[in-house]
Design a protein. Sequence first.
Length: 350
Amino acid sequence: MKILLLRLSSMGDVLHTLPAVTDLQQARPDLHLHWLVEPAFAPIALLHPGVARVIPFSLRNRKKQWRGLVAALRDLRRTLREEHYEHILDAQGLYKSALLGRLGGAPLWGLDAASAREPGATRLYHRCFPVSWGQSAISRNRQLFAQALDYPLPETPPDYGLQVAAARLRKDTLAQPWKELVQQPFVLGFHGTSWENKEWQEDYWRALAAPLRQAGWRLLLPAGSAREAARAQRIAEQADNVVVLPPATLLELAALIVRADAYVGMDTGLSYLAGALGLAGVTLYGPTARDRFSVAEDHQASLQSLEPCAPCGKSRCPLPEAKYGLILCQQALRAEQVWAALSPLLERRS
């Protein structure tokens, strides 16, 4: 029996769905799961052994240029209907995901109006399920899957199901420049986010690089965009153990993650990818709430800003200081505090 999952984006949302896929794989081995997802995040879905097929489809790339959309939707409709799905589960809860789900020609299920991010999208569903807010995204996904696909909700801790993928990535031979980069101990610094008010100050990154240097670690900074590359270069100019990574695919970054000693990151997709692959690290939460996303594990530290305004949940800081580039909640997360959380994790690795 085949079912289709819709969880299009973002990277964090895709990763927070993986524990539910693990539950499904263990509880319903009779089901074959296909996954409709944005092409940028297809490599993540493919890492999970419970995913039989990934169908990449992009709406993001057509936001500014709608030419060819009708033909692309027609092709997608044909692709989906050829599979003859028993059910389609929309775990995104948006108009766009619900509309794409209707193309599949099978009963479309999803969150009810009180549970979905866009309540109106639920009018397109054939069946709806309640999942309360106020809990982590991982818990919400696990509850939705269990209700919709008819199995008891597991009481076990969340399992991303990437152990086999992580072991395979470690065994793979690295090409240059990646092979050279992993020859010395390193920590990954995930400094880029989709919200600028989540970013940690550049001088804080340099302050963190100092004790890392004394302890024998380099700090490797990904540069997924021109803006990130410029910021990483500025940090590296004043810290000789900071290395700016060349442009990398998700799989190339995953291959670095499984060889790293730890990470420090913002509330961003790469931090969650690192955690899902089993890497120890510290994740910083300023405007967002760690309880919504983090998983309590002994190799993970989640630091929540203690500023009175945090977490506000807003993608732009509303305080007047933000006009001058000062994000108070992120300023409150000092480099010394991060090092105090990171150093015990590194000691376990050494």
